[in-house]
Write a protein that binds this ligand. Structure first.
Ligand code: COI
Length: 355
């Protein structure tokens, strides 16, 4: 199926980075995947070309109205040199959920997975193997009509770029301090909160910056109407362990259906740990802490995998969670997911796809 993807190889390969000194999202590999959409013609001209800047007209719709979506997934190289992708089909299906909300024409998820496999195979020497590293895959779509009216674009570009990465947060798997955001909101039901679209992230930066100034790594988002219910933590889904039960906000339209969230729920069910998707108020979290039943809190996302929460500050009320240390369940989920991703643990769910 990927046979119709033309490949143009670079004539000036870059030097590979030191795998022991990688940060997140700073370096890019030698090649990228590109495919165009034209109304009446559909998606066409899939190709792998040398990594290069784009030439776009300043009037391109992406620059003005943000009609765009993106994804994030990772490739790993196992100790026996197999190249593994983690649940790529799930990410490509989510592209179409985001596309639908942003009035972008659907892609063929199967074809997109094949394109990613072909690109990652070509770039497999870029996959770092040091602890905590991987090759981050960033598929994205932008509206490319040269037009200033507000309407759906008639042309788009689907691209995939690759970045060898280390930990997303400098803290790595160490617990982070989180500021409960009670002024800014991330999304509302009926909006675009469930779509992976740049505007959600642009809108979140100010709250993140203000949290940084107060000494916090990220914010905990509350619902956009009552500012009462927990939604996400930074760019991640959020989980709490209260009295032996793991709870996470239900998918009600304003939060992203994370692939790591879904994997976490499947693992917990498989282990027989009670897990519930429901509304959780921030007051409930504080009450549980008061009663001594708040055992753990953590974020889940592709970039950081698991990020334990060691402290919350809600309007000046500061609570410490699990003595500021990584909890048993957070640690077990982290090691299970990364173990499956790296091909070091059995994959009973069939999540990994060999390139
Ligand atoms: C993730 O947690 O994978 C994200 O969405 C972070 C990304 C915006 C870098």
């Amino acid at each position: 199926m990927a046979d119709n993807i033309k490949v143009e190889l670079t004539t000036s390969p870059k030097q590979k980075p030191d795998p022991n000194n990688l940060h997140f999202g700073e370096l890019f590999t030698d090649h990228m995947f590109v495919m165009d959409y034209t109304e009446g013609r559909g998606w066409h001209d899939p190709r792998i070309i040398p990594y290069q800047p784009l030439v776009l007209d300043p009037s391109c719709m992406i620059f003005h109205y943000g009609q765009a979506i993106f994804e994030g997934l990772k490739a790993y190289k196992s100790k026996d040199s197999r190249v593994l992708l983690f649940r790529p089909q799930k990410n490509m299906e989510r592209v179409n959920i985001s596309n639908d909300r942003l009035c972008i024409p659907p892609i063929d998820p199967e074809f997109a997975v094949q394109a990613i496999r072909k690109l990652v195979d070509l770039e497999k020497d870029w996959i770092p193997q040091a602890e905590g590293t991987s090759l981050y895959i960033r598929p994205f779509i932008i509206a490319t009509d040269s037009y200033l009216g507000v309407r759906p674009s008639k042309t788009f570009k689907f691209m995939v770029i690759l970045s060898p990465v280390g930990a997303y947060y400098p803290e790595g798997i160490d617990p982070v301090k989180i500021y409960v955001e009670s002024f800014y909101v991330r999304a509302v039901k009926g909006g675009v909160g469930f779509a992976k679209t740049p505007g959600n992230y642009a809108a979140s930066i100010k709250a993140q910056m203000e949290a940084h100034e107060k000494g916090y790594t990220q914010v905990l988002w509350l619902d956009g109407v009552e500012k009462k219910y927990v939604e996400e933590v930074g760019t991640m889904n959020v989980f709490f362990k209260i009295n032996g039960e793991v709870v996470t906000p239900a998918l009600e339209g304003s939060i992203l259906a994370g692939v790591t969230r879904d994997s976490t729920i499947d693992l917990l069910k498989n282990w027989g740990v009670p897990v519930t998707e429901r509304r959780i108020s921030i007051q409930e979290i504080y009450d549980a802490h008061e009663q001594g039943t708040l055992e753990e809190a953590f974020g889940t996302g592709t970039a950081a995998v698991i990020s334990p929460i060691g402290e919350l500050n809600w309007d000046g009320k500061i609570i410490e969670i699990n003595k500021g240390e990584i909890g048993e369940i957070s640690s077990r989920i982290y090691h299970s997911i990364t173990g499956i991703q790296k091909g070091e643990l059995e994959d009973p769910f069939g999540w990994t796809v060999e390139v």
